[in-house]
Ligand binder design. Structure first.
Ligand code: HEC
Length: 124
């Protein structure tokens, strides 16, 4: 009986600890859920990395030629909060190589990719 209680206690602690770890990664109101990250990363690598670079540093030849944003260094002129980034990714920045991605990505994918970009920008 004592053993069972100890076991239940351990499991509770593990669950609590795991939950804490997940919440600690919250950045600017962005919950970095595993699903969002995986989807965001996959879509980012497929759609955005050609210009912004794998790590968001805009260090690819295309990125340099296009003067794409280096997410780690440059300011986000249209805003770095999730809502603004979602808007930028969806509508693009008129007059630049940064087009809107509404036609290529659905709402969920745009949100995931925006969260991923914010994550990249926080890795300095
Ligand atoms: C064809 C190259 C290209 C591709 C592909 C591209 N971008 Fe961009 N992106 C740019 C350029 C160039 C800028 C800088 C525009 C400017 O001069 O302000 C930019 C800027 C941005 C910014 C910063 C906006 C700001 O507020 O300053 C974000 C965020 C962004 N891109 C996200 C993305 C995401 C997410 C994707 C993929 C869905 C993507 N980009 C794909 C070229 C690209």
């Amino acid at each position: 009986m004592k053993k069972t209680l100890a076991l239940i206690f351990s499991i509770t602690m593990i669950v609590t600890f795991t939950n804490c770890k997940g919440k600690a990664k919250t950045v600017e109101g962005t919950t970095t859920q595993t699903e969002g990250n995986t989807l965001g990363k996959a879509k980012y690598l497929a759609t955005c990395a050609s210009c912004h670079g794998e790590m968001g540093l805009a260090d690819s030849a295309t990125g340099k030629a296009m003067k794409a944003r280096n997410f780690a260094k440059d300011a986000f002129k249209a805003g770095k909060d999730l809502k603004s980034v979602i808007k930028t990714v969806g509508n693009g920045l008129p007059g630049t190589a940064m087009i809107g991605y509404k036609a290529q990505l659905n709402e969920k994918e745009i949100k995931a990719v925006s969260e991923y970009v914010i994550e990249l920008s926080n890795k300095r």
